[in-house]
Design a protein. Structure first.
Length: 149
């Protein structure tokens, strides 16, 4: 993959540790230069973005270039996260790709109603996940113009 224009991290909200490990390995296999960082639920995602709680002492690194969001998480699910993100003028510009096992029409429609940038069904095989992440990386990090250059 060609060098991404931005080296800002990609933030993935995923509560399942096995899925996080698989995503990390697929990310490396896809050869995407941007670092992939993880949070385990919606509350952590918002704390990460707002530099609150355990993320309060974090250096002022750039906001993520992209958020990969699972819909079904404990404490605060992906739909609730989307509502908060899109209501926050300092965060609503960050593109959000729902990456979830759901293919329910209701989840797809609701996600787009809440302002998601893309909805992608999570593949079931490692090779398919690599292809999906490579395509997401190419599109969001090399093709489209994002705020902040």
């Amino acid at each position: 993959m060609q060098r991404a224009r931005s080296t800002a991290p990609i933030l993935m909200a995923e509560d399942d540790p096995d899925d996080r490990l698989l995503a990390e390995e697929a990310w490396q296999e896809a050869r995407i230069d941007n670092p992939l960082e993880f949070v385990e639920n919606g509350e952590e995602l918002l704390a990460y973005l707002r530099r609150e709680g355990t993320f309060a002492g974090r250096d002022p690194a750039p906001q993520p270039a992209l958020i990969l969001l699972d819909l079904n998480m404990p404490r605060m699910n992906g739909r609730q996260v989307l509502e908060e993100l899109k209501a926050d003028p300092t965060l609503r510009h960050i593109p959000v790709v729902v990456l979830t096992t759901s293919t329910a029409e209701e989840d797809i429609l609701r996600s787009y109603d809440l302002g998601v940038s893309s909805f992608v069904a999570k593949p079931v095989t490692f090779d398919a996940l690599v292809k999906v992440l490579r395509a997401i990386g190419t599109y969001w990090l090399e093709i489209v113009e994002l705020p902040g250059g």
